[in-house]
Design a protein around this ligand. Structure first.
Ligand code: HEC
Ligand code: HEC
Length: 517
């Protein structure tokens, strides 16, 4: 045996051994570990009680600020269970998973960075002890996932049909964006919004096919989301096969542009001779889209912790005269005060939906940005606002400038050539705002300049969620970069790179050629 083959064999043996070790140590993480109730109690009474309550009855001091409300552990009813639909209690792994990852879009934090794995199992044991639902019943088995159907165009098509038969669209909308036709409540009476399937990151019970299969089969206890298992008591039922198909369909709806990418904070505006006519103009399809998270406004008075909208997507196009923005956001409700359906779905006094674009009036040098509230005395900001109107007043746009919170003056939209149009379809608002690149009023309006990083921020109001005035969501400051027209400078850089690369390849080719000789 040559030295080479023997090294290879040892390598293989080491590899197999490593694999065995890794597998051995990886397994326990997935399985329920025994938790210590006493230790769990200490952790709970330090970390969890202020939301979930001293006795786990969901009555901690923070509970009243939260929608959805914290789980009441005295009831033993959990939302995200992967146990068999015939069993009412969740698996220990389900509780462990929710504690580890937290629950997006709710007050429930993730704990993997604060509590060790053993701590989390201990606290699982403790919260189980707060109800007699679990009794001495052993940890139930996982729902049978052995008949899994792999995703394929055929399965997705069948799933699309099952989505209709099972009437998923009644709550999740025809395109899966969770746009509502009726008001939904938890059993507790709290407000609940169906999930938007185009945003995988907003799922609370995991996003593997197995997770979603468990969800469709078990429903989400304590909410209107029913169980679709064949032996379920609810009306809508789906065969095991159709449940897998509908899972594949749900996963096919994920929309990559509705995801904030790491480090993505620049809207790239492109130069076009003719700008789009309105928000539905096909010309927008060529413009790159940038997504930003919306967070609730919690700095000024009328703080607010229960937002519904979570993301805006923005595009920009410009020419010598004008700049146009396309702002798109998923909103489960078209909030038009006076509209009977909108009035019944709203949770609060119904106000119009609104979107605002904020840019500085005086451009600072370097990386300094105005105060992100509404600017300040030395750093005035300009605001373009669109309002969806009511049944008696049409949708409209306004422009104003701010030199700090509540220090607002109306500016002349005509002088800035400002216009705004919007439309709502299948759970999404699209609004186009257009204005002049530069105006005569340099002290009142932002002057847009090509090739410069311009700070830009957005604010959004969901009128069905009682959002008005300072009760709204907003993004942090991001950047707008109007890219220079594809002139010489732009071609030059890629050309240089190409020449360098070609040169490099020649050098490598030369070296290889020499070796071969
Ligand atoms: C800041 C408030 C807050 C704190 C602190 C908090 N939770 Fe929660 N928790 C919530 C809310 C709100 C929900 C309900 C989310 C929902 O219904 O979607 C929840 C839900 C849960 C669930 C239910 C999962 C399910 O499938 O139904 C578990 C388990 C849980 N919390 C455990 C804990 C533990 C353990 C701690 C402490 C280590 C803790 N929570 C701390 C707010 C909190
Ligand atoms: C009667 C209303 C209703 C119907 C019908 C309904 N859902 Fe839901 N669904 C909801 C609600 C409400 C939620 C969110 C629950 C929460 O946040 O507590 C939800 C959440 C979900 C989730 C999110 C799970 C997660 O991890 O976050 C999935 C997946 C889902 N539904 C799939 C479906 C499918 C597939 C159908 C049809 C087979 C369906 N739903 C039918 C109301 C409904």
């Amino acid at each position: 045996m040559s030295l080479f083959t023997s090294i290879r064999k040892t390598g293989l043996a080491v590899g197999v051994l490593l694999f065995a070790i890794v597998t051995l140590f990886a397994v326990p993480v997935a399985h329920a570990a025994a938790g210590d109730v006493k230790k769990g109690e200490a952790i709970y009474q330090k970390r969890c009680w202020w939301c979930h309550g001293k006795k786990g009855e969901a009555d901690g001091p923070a509970a009243k600020f939260l929608i959805p409300p914290p789980r009441d552990f005295s009831l033993g009813v959990y939302k995200y269970k992967t146990s068999d639909p015939k069993v009412q209690i969740p698996r220990d792994e389900d509780l462990f998973r929710e504690i580890t990852t937290g629950m997006v879009g709710t007050g429930m934090p993730k704990w993997d960075d604060i509590l060790s794995e053993q701590d989390r199992w201990d606290v699982v044991a403790y919260i189980k002890s707060l109800t007699d639902m679990f009794g001495k019943t052993p940890n139930p088995p996982q729902i049978d996932v052995s008949k899994k159907i792999k995703s394929s165009p055929e399965s997705i098509e069948k799933g699309k049909q099952a989505f209709q038969t099972a009437k998923c669209y009644e709550c999740h909308g025809q395109l899966g964006k969770g746009d509502l036709t009726k008001k939904l409540k938890e059993d507790s009476g709290a407000r609940v919004w169906p999930r938007n399937f185009t945003k995988p990151w907003s799922f609370r019970g995991g996003y593997t096919a197995e997770d979603i299969f468990a969800r469709v089969s078990n429903g989400i206890p304590n909410t209107p989301m029913p169980s679709f298992a064949a032996d379920a008591t609810s009306s809508g039922k789906l065969s095991v096969e159709d449940r897998w198909n509908v899972v594949n369909y749900v996963m096919s709806l994920a929309e990559p542009t509705s995801q904030v990418k790491d480090g993505q904070n620049v809207i790239k505006g492109l130069r076009r001779d003719a700008l789009p006519k309105d928000e539905n103009d096909a010309a927008w399809n060529e413009a790159p889209s940038t997504a930003f998270y919306l967070a609730p406004q919690i700095i000024q008075n009328d703080r607010f912790f229960t937002p519904t909208n979570d993301l805006v997507k923005v595009k920009a196009l410009y020419n010598e005269q004008d700049i146009a923005f396309m702002i798109e956001w998923d909103d489960r409700t078209k909030s038009i005060p006076g509209d009977p359906t909108a009035e019944t779905i709203a949770w609060d006094t119904l106000t119009p939906d609104q979107i605002a674009v904020q840019t500085p009036i005086v451009m600072s040098t370097g990386s300094e940005k105005p105060y992100f509230g509404h600017g300040d005395a030395g750093h005035a900001v300009s605001m373009m606002v669109w309002n969806s109107g009511t049944t008696t007043t049409p949708a409209s746009g306004t422009m104003m400038d701010y030199t700090g919170t509540h220090k607002r003056t109306q500016t002349d939209p005509a002088a800035a050539g400002f216009s705004a149009t919007g439309s709502y379809k299948d759970g999404t608002w699209k609004v186009m705002m257009k204005r002049k690149m530069v105006t005569a009023n340099k002290d009142k309006d932002t002057q847009f300049e090509v090739g410069r990083f311009i700070p830009i921020a957005f604010a959004n109001w969901d009128g069905s969620n009682g959002e008005a005035g300072s009760k709204h969501t907003l993004t942090v400051w991001n950047w707008l970069l109007l890219q220079p027209p594809t002139g010489k400078e732009v071609y030059l850089v890629p050309l240089l790179v190409l020449i360098l690369l070609a040169g490099g390849q020649l050098v490598v080719a030369n070296m290889l050629g020499k070796k071969r000789k």
